[in-house]
Design a protein around this ligand. Structure first.
Ligand code: NI
Length: 229
């Protein structure tokens, strides 16, 4: 005899299988099956699924990232989000010992700002370290100067960094590779466009091109000036 749990599990599997087939059949050109499946499941449960935009990812309704932080900049000055209030920021969480992803993403951020020309000067590029033990102000100062003359490096106590990361839903964790004496830090690699109210407007996936990032940031800035006109 089938128990209720088995029946429910079986029904759930059938529904999920059905949705998968439906997603496969109705996915947009270029859309992966998994992506389409997530979208259909989201719709099934009434969730507002993020709609991908040019170079960026739309935040779901009601999701608010960013906000207050207490950190120290690469000149050793204590700073909070209020020091950046009224300004746009591009924020990336990473660390100076990162062998590949961080340099690539910071290079993208710098190239995007440069591609925007004078309009790019309205945006403050920011690196928040997820490795505060090794990334003190002096270490950050040397590192940020390699990417962009205006790039601001932020560090803090492990608690301050953890608090900032939590507000951006950034994951990070120390990782030891057996063949290495030093540790690495695994971390999520999104770049965040932050509005003048310290809230994230657009998260950019790692691997976004400088052109796509520049276009999306320019569009947000133009939106903003149209709204305040
Ligand atoms: Ni990295």
């Amino acid at each position: 005899m089938l128990s209720a749990v088995r029946v429910v599990s079986l029904l759930l599997l059938l529904v999920l299988g059905g949705v998968w087939a439906y997603a496969w059949a109705t996915r947009a050109p270029g859309e992966g099956v998994a992506e389409a499946f997530a979208g259909r499941i989201g719709r099934l449960f009434g969730a507002e699924m993020p709609v991908p935009s040019a170079g960026g990812v739309q935040l779901a309704q009601g999701v608010s990232l960013g906000g207050p932080f207490n950190l120290t900049d690469h000149t050793g000055r204590a700073v909070t989000e209020r020091d950046f209030a009224g300004r746009w920021m591009l924020v990336y969480f990473g660390f100076t010992y990162c062998p590949d992803v961080c340099p690539t993403e910071l290079g993208t951020m710098a190239a995007a700002l440069d591609a925007m020309g004078p309009a790019g000067e309205a945006v403050v590029p920011v690196l928040i370290t997820v490795d505060p033990e090794r990334d003190g102000p002096a270490q950050l100062a040397d590192y940020v100067s390699r990417f962009h003359p205006r790039l601001v490096g932020l560090t803090g106590t492990p608690e301050q960094v953890a608090d900032a990361a939590r507000r951006y839903r950034v994951y990070y964790a120390k990782a030891r590779r057996s063949e290495m004496t030093d540790y690495l830090v695994d971390h999520s690699g999104f770049t965040y466009l932050v509005g003048p109210d310290s809230r994230v407007r657009t998260p950019f996936r790692p691997g976004t091109s400088p052109e796509a990032m520049a276009a999306a940031v320019s569009a947000q800035l133009a939106n903003r000036s149209a709204a305040t006109r």
